[in-house]
Unconditional design. Structure first.
Length: 303
């Protein structure tokens, strides 16, 4: 069975069509004349038909040869375009990335990370969708988002997860609250107290209760809110206590409020896991790993 035509052979034929002489075509292709001539013969054998008419003065294309040259030029152009497109894909952040992020991370971690990213890659577009975990995971699975920045655990399949860091929970309480008098604060001390939490659907609510080993029935849910920025003034006004992620504290969420205090828990770590998630086999995983560096640098700024 004859070998299939190669790109090199097609290039040789196009050069012969341009130069009309084997010698000149060989120089253009940076090969010897015998190598080029052999390549043309191999191409003719592969196609089973003569492509050129050879003479001592010049080379003429046969009618089929002329058709093959036209097709060959198209093929070579497409191959070159493919190479350029692949090379462009290797250039980091040359195409937009659609990032989904939960509301209890976005305002605290993204501004610093995006400022550094924009400085280093001014043309890069990061399209941000802020929403609850359930919605974001669904969008990722359906190809409408490329990447998620979330707190785990959260059920999902066919994804790659890159752990970034642990984000500790701290207790935020109003002045003169009984929990402020406990020498070594433990999560079990929260039982029976008025706790302010985010409403159902926010994974921070579930992660906070899970980290503290608490059931909803063990605490008094004095108030539910849609954002941490709503909960914090409630605490400052003495309505109850809440659990805040450390990144929110470091970003200044309680700045300017006089009647609110924070305390870390004693003993084992009480935290949530911050992770970057993308679909398995994504061709852009190298870019996502670079984003990890920017997110970690933003986090380290506060530590």
């Amino acid at each position: 069975m004859a070998q299939k035509p190669t790109l090199r052979q097609l290039k040789y034929l196009c050069s012969v069509a341009d130069e009309h002489y084997f010698g000149n075509a060989a120089k253009v292709c940076h090969v010897t004349q015998s190598t080029l001539s052999a390549g043309i013969q191999e191409l003719e054998a592969a196609l089973g038909i003569a492509l050129v008419e050879r003479s001592h003065k010049s080379v003429l294309l046969t009618p089929v040869g002329d058709m093959v040259v036209r097709r060959s030029r198209q093929i070579l152009i497409e191959v070159e375009a493919l190479i350029e497109e692949a090379a462009a894909a290797l250039e980091p952040f040359n195409r937009p990335i659609r990032l989904g992020v939960i509301p209890t991370i976005a305002p605290f971690l993204l501004p610093t990370a995006l400022a550094a990213l924009r400085r280093d890659h001014p043309e890069f577009q990061l399209l941000i969708r802020e929403d609850l975990s359930e919605k974001l995971v669904n969008l990722l699975q359906h190809g409408e988002l490329d990447l998620l920045l979330m707190a785990l655990p959260y059920p999902m399949t066919n994804v790659t997860t890159q752990h970034l860091f642990e984000d500790p929970f701290v207790l935020a309480y109003p002045a003169r609250h009984p929990l402020g008098n406990i020498h070594k604060l433990r999560t079990r001390d929260l039982k029976g107290h008025d706790i302010l939490l985010l409403e159902q659907g926010h994974c921070l609510r579930d992660h906070a209760l899970e980290a503290c080993k608490l059931q909803s029935t063990q605490i008094s849910l004095a108030f539910e809110a849609t954002s941490l920025h709503t909960l914090v003034p409630m605490v400052a006004n003495g309505i109850g206590v809440t659990l805040l992620p450390r990144m929110a504290i470091d970003s200044g969420i309680i700045s300017g409020l006089q009647n609110i205090h924070i305390r870390a828990f004693d003993g084992k770590d009480v935290s949530r896991s911050i992770d970057l998630i993308w679909r398995k086999h994504s061709p852009r995983h190298q870019e996502y790993q670079m984003l990890v560096d920017y997110l970690m640098a933003a986090r380290d700024r506060y530590h």
